[in-house]
Ligand binder design. Structure first.
Ligand code: ADP
Ligand code: MG
Length: 693
């Protein structure tokens, strides 16, 4: 149960004073829909209002807080002229200027003859100082409240900074000190403030140093966030590992058949990886292994052979992938290889409903199906295995930690192999996968020619089309990827359709279109037509990004490549260069091209090394984008920045590991405090598996 002190922090922002439907929408867009989200929304700057000179000393362009006597009001003759109020002190005069000022209101807050505190930016106009729309106007008693350093927050259009500031204050008012979850010694060593002090400090910067992500208060908050992440991962691992595993040690009979049927020999990297997996599977503790291999490194066959190891022992295996297309493709790759083995393989996706689904579920439960390939549909509650021995999760970054937990539930003892094509820098691996054992496919199948990558402006479309025509007459098949229009699937699609028509005009019925909005069966039909060579050009939105394997495809055109992330471009490009034929990737860009975009495209041209590309991407764009989790918000750290705080991450990991070892059920004083921390960062799912108290 979520600790009661946190209830009010997880209430919707609308529960805050002065926040209605309209404002809550804006805040949600800015940082999230819960009060806690406002706490994590830290200032990006500040305004120092502590400078309080006399009028004559108020510098042009400076932010000042003045004590003035209000002189006469000069309402304008017409609406285009501003309302002016003359003010003075012993040293000089200054005007306050209000466009479309309301007379009644201004006379109320600035009555003639009164003394007022006025804060804002001084500007000289015709040699006379003035403040246009002062930020604050108050009475003498309010001087201390006005003469402060005011935080400036990242904004969104339509939201006023004053209102945001006020709302964040209301949110902060709901916080109190929480039990300390940091190790006492560690906290002392770092001279960190308590959580509550640090939070208040982070929101009340005193100057430039407090805005830096390395400011002590912010560092502590970042550490808290990383610690929550690492404790969660440590708990997941603990749960997975603590369940007794089963020793799986197949007799090779199926694997031998498949290896003989394969048209190629395994690479050394594949062999080595399989040895590591076999050893893990043979041991009677549970396997939890991450297989990292760049696009095209040949992970699928490793997955298949590992699954067959389980099937040889009379167990079942599940192969989970993020998309429908991919699940079908894996089935299409694997099924022929199993032809003479008697292994029964089936598919289960969200598309399977009613009777068909029931039948699949029945044969899974009876053990008739040996290998099941599928999407999220495999996570459903009613999917029950007779005897699941191995779960393989492909392209795992699309799945969350929570889903990993559900999977843990499914096969109580099943070994787990997670495969990722995204070359993830080490720091990210740690935040996302925690303590998994890692195997690497660091070698590509032989005979691959490097992909020739070219960068060209979209204005050269006709030339590119002509070149495409030549390539096709030489037997090439072409992926044509259409621009990603931010936040608008509709526009995305429109662009793809326009290009489809254009290409159809030139290539006739040899062109196909596939996009995310198509019905499953339609998608399959188009993919099948492309795969079989019935069509030569496949116009696609990014649905082809993940995993599609069509070795005959040797040309890829990517329009508006500047709009894609590097990792995404790398994944896309990985769809070609899968045979011994020369492949070409053409990155078309639109104008104007920013410097960053230019350097991104240059990197793509210069290297095919996924790790190098990922490091660059991390540098240029940030973690969420690399893992493709921006939408799901899964790995979006709110205060930690792994570019900056990577050393904190290492500490947090060691801290979490030690803690879970000493107090596996989080029952000690610190353990209980850590539970609060996990709730605070919404890692509650992990408690399902954690014994209470
Ligand atoms: P990924 O790691 O991206 O999932 P795949 O498993 O799809 O890569 O393999 C990419 C391509 O390489 C496939 O066409 C596959 O048949 C082929 N392949 C895999 N292993 C080898 C190998 N040892 N020798 C030659 N080709 C291979
Ligand atoms: Mg793959």
């Amino acid at each position: 149960m979520r600790p009661e002190v946190l209830f009010s922090l997880f209430a919707p922002v609308e529960s805050l004073d002065g926040v209605g439907a309209k404002l809550s929408k804006l805040i949600e867009k800015l940082c999230g829909d819960k009060v806690a989200n406002l706490l994590w929304h830290l200032p990006c700057g500040y305004i120092d209002r502590r400078f309080s000179p006399s009028i004559v000393n108020a510098p042009d362009g400076g932010i000042v807080t003045l004590t003035v006597t209000v002189g006469s009001h000069c309402p304008p003759a017409n609406k285009r002229v501003p309302y002016r109020i003359a003010c003075f002190d012993d040293t000089g005069n200054i005007s306050l200027v209000f466009f479309r000022g309301h007379k009644d209101y201004l006379q109320k807050i600035l009555p003639e003859g009164s003394t007022r505190i006025v804060s804002g930016k001084v500007e000289y106009f015709n040699f006379a100082p003035q403040i246009t729309h002062p930020d604050h106007v108050g009475t003498l008693e309010e001087k201390d409240k006005i003469m402060v350093v005011e935080p400036v927050y990242p904004m969104t259009t339509g939201l006023s900074s004053k209102i945001l500031l006020r709302t964040i204050h209301h949110a902060l008012d709901r916080t109190t000190e929480l039990p300390e979850w940091l190790d006492k010694e560690h906290k002392k060593r770092e001279s960190w403030l308590s959580w509550h002090e640090a939070l208040l400090k982070a929101h009340n910067p005193d100057g430039e140093v407090d805005i830096s992500p390395l400011a002590p208060a912010r560092t502590r908050l970042a550490y808290d966030e990383l610690l929550a992440n690492q404790v969660t991962l440590a708990l997941v691992r603990r749960d997975i590992k603590s369940l007794a595993g089963i020793s799986i040690n197949g007799d090779n009979r199926l694997r031998e058949k498949v290896l003989t049927a394969l048209p190629f020999a395994l690479t050394n990297a594949q062999k080595h990886t399989l040895e590591e997996i076999n050893t893990d599977m043979a041991s009677d503790s549970r396997m939890l292994r991450l297989l990292q291999g760049d696009v095209g490194s040949g992970k699928t066959i490793v997955a298949l052979l590992s699954m067959l190891n389980a099937v040889e022992e009379g167990k079942q295996a599940a192969f989970m992938v993020p998309t429908d297309i991919l699940s079908r493709q894996h089935l299409a790759t694997i099924e022929p290889l199993l032809k003479d083995t008697g292994v029964k393989i089936a598919l289960l996706t969200g598309r399977d409903k009613g009777k068909k689904r029931t039948e699949i579920l029945e044969s899974l439960a009876s053990g008739e199906i040996d290998i099941i390939v599928g999407t999220h549909a495999l996570f459903q509650k009613d999917v029950i295995f007779k005897d699941l021995g191995l779960s393989v999760i492909d392209e795992q970054h699309r799945f969350g930690v929570h889903q990993r937990l559900e999977l843990t539930e499914k096969g109580k003892q099943a070994d787990i192999l997670v495969m990722t094509a995204t070359p993830i820098p080490r720091t990210l691996t740690m935040t996302f996968y925690g303590d998994m054992d890692v195997s690497k496919l660091d070698e590509f199948p032989p005979n691959r020619k490097p992909i020739d990558t070219r960068v060209a402006p979209i204005s050269r479309l006709e030339e590119i089309t002509a070149a495409t025509k030549r390539a096709i007459s030489d037997g090439a098949r072409v992926f044509w990827v259409c621009p990603l229009v931010e936040e608008s699937e509709k526009l995305d699609l429109a662009a793809a359709e326009v290009r489809f028509e254009y290409l159809q005009h030139i290539f006739g019925n040899k062109v196909g279109l596939v996009h995310g909005r198509m019905k499953g069966a339609e998608k399959d039909a188009v993919m099948e037509a492309f795969s079989s060579g019935e069509i030569d050009i496949l116009v696609a939105t990014t649905v082809i990004e993940v995993g599609v394997d069509i070795p005959e495809a040797t040309v890829m055109v990517i329009e508006h490549a500047e709009r894609f992330g590097l990792a995404q471009l790398h994944q896309l490009r990985g769809r070609i260069g899968r045979s011994d034929r020369q492949s070409t990737c053409i990155l078309l860009y639109g104008m104007p091209l920013t410097e960053t975009a230019k350097s991104r495209l240059t990197i793509m041209k210069e290297t095919e090394d996924g790790f190098k590309i990922a490091e660059e991407d991390l540098r240029l764009r940030g973690a969420g984008e690399i893992l493709g989790t921006k939408q799901s918000g899964m790995l979006e750290f709110k205060m930690a920045d792994i570019n900056i705080h990577s050393n904190l991450l290492t500490t947090a990991r060691n801290d979490a590991r030690l803690m879970i070892k000493q107090d596996p059920h989080l029952k000690s004083e610190r353990g209980i405090a850590l539970r609060t921390l996990l709730y605070l960062f919404e890692q509650d799912a992990v408690f399902k598996n954690l014994r209470s108290g």
